[in-house]
Design a protein around this ligand. Structure first.
Ligand code: FES
Length: 131
């Protein structure tokens, strides 16, 4: 696999992905589809005092999507939601030492799902304030 341009880091996350699974009653939930390949990604976050204390993902995506999601969850864990909201698609690929160009769209899925989960958390928080 390394021959077609996957870095060692991508391979490591692919073989041993972190934070796979779901969270019951998450504080934030995001689901996005990949317009390029049609794969799906779900992201669940547990948040305490605006800090992401737990994060899990579930995907029907390919190996690159699994590796990048694993990476994104590791980057986001322990961060303030506003900090985690700054994790971009490019950070993810940089952190993984790059992805083959054909696979860049897979890494977008993870960052987009994280952003969707944070947005969901913030929307719920606002709604609770008004109660
Ligand atoms: Fe669909 Fe990578 S090919 S997420």
């Amino acid at each position: 696999m390394a021959d077609i341009g996957y870095s060692q880091k991508v391979l490591e996350h692919f073989m041993n992905p972190k934070n796979v699974g779901t969270i019951e009653n998450p504080d934030g939930y995001g689901k996005v589809g990949n317009p390029v390949c049609g794969d799906l990604m779900e992201m669940f976050i547990r948040v305490e005092n605006d800090i992401i204390t737990d994060i899990k993902f579930k995907t029907f995506g390919c190996g690159s999507a699994i590796a990048t999601s694993s990476m994104v969850t590791e980057l986001a864990k322990g961060k303030h939601v506003d900090e985690a909201a700054k994790i971009t698609r490019n950070d993810v690929a940089d952190e993984l030492d790059g992805l083959p160009p054909k696979k860049m769209h897979c890494s977008n899925l993870a960052a987009d799902a994280l952003q969707a989960a944070i947005k969901d958390y913030k929307t719920k928080k606002e709604a609770n304030k008004r109660k």
